[in-house]
Design a protein around this ligand. Structure first.
Ligand SMILES: [Zn+2]
Ligand SMILES: [Zn+2]
Length: 180
């Protein structure tokens, strides 16, 4: 069974370690923009409960992504680690908290249905990764990118385009003037 599916019948009160690999496609993340996951994401969390009504999930998911630097287009890979933290609660426990449905959502509580046997960590892990993973890759914070005129890598050389370049809009105008 997937590491994301926790069978509550196997858990007693206390704290449990859950570790395993998750494919990016299992999280619906295989088509992230601009980069891809080089391998499975590695989940390491603890699940703890004192009353078997509320389950606290806490730990990390780590992964490596690979793609192009958004500025200079160099291929690179990047390792990252994102915190996972969530609460799963049965109706009796939610009722004790005296929260509205909206508040339950805002507090990041995943409500369980009475009699539910399996906690599914998929949404918690997916949401955590989607909120936190980088929107684009950068080879370094200082990357100077490519020259928009000649396309050279400005980290490696200095070109003269900046002085000579004419804004493409003015270039059009200059051309019209010449014709007229
Ligand atoms: Zn770069
Ligand atoms: Zn240039």
């Amino acid at each position: 069974m997937s590491v994301l599916k926790i069978d509550l019948r196997d858990l007693r009160s206390g704290s449990f370690r859950v570790e395993g690999n998750i494919g990016a496609s299992q999280l619906g993340l295989s088509r992230a923009t601009g980069f891809f996951f080089t391998g499975p994401l590695v989940l390491r969390v603890r699940i703890s409960t004192t009353n078997r009504l509320t389950y606290y999930v806490s730990g990390w998911v780590s992964f490596e992504i690979s793609g192009e630097c958004a500025r200079c287009l160099k291929e690179l890979s990047h390792e990252d680690r994102i915190r996972i933290s969530g609460v799963f609660a049965f109706p009796e426990a939610v009722a004790k908290l005296d929260l509205t449905e909206k508040e339950v959502e805002q507090e990041g509580i995943f409500p369980l249905e009475a009699g539910q046997k399996i906690i599914d960590l998929t949404d918690l892990v997916r949401e955590s990764v989607v909120l936190e993973y980088p929107r684009f890759l950068k080879c370094t914070e200082q990357c100077k990118g490519l020259c928009p005129v000649c396309g050279c890598d400005l980290n490696e050389k200095v070109c003269n385009c900046r002085q000579n370049a004419i804004d493409p809009r003015w270039a059009k105008l200059a051309e019209l003037k010449r014709k007229g």
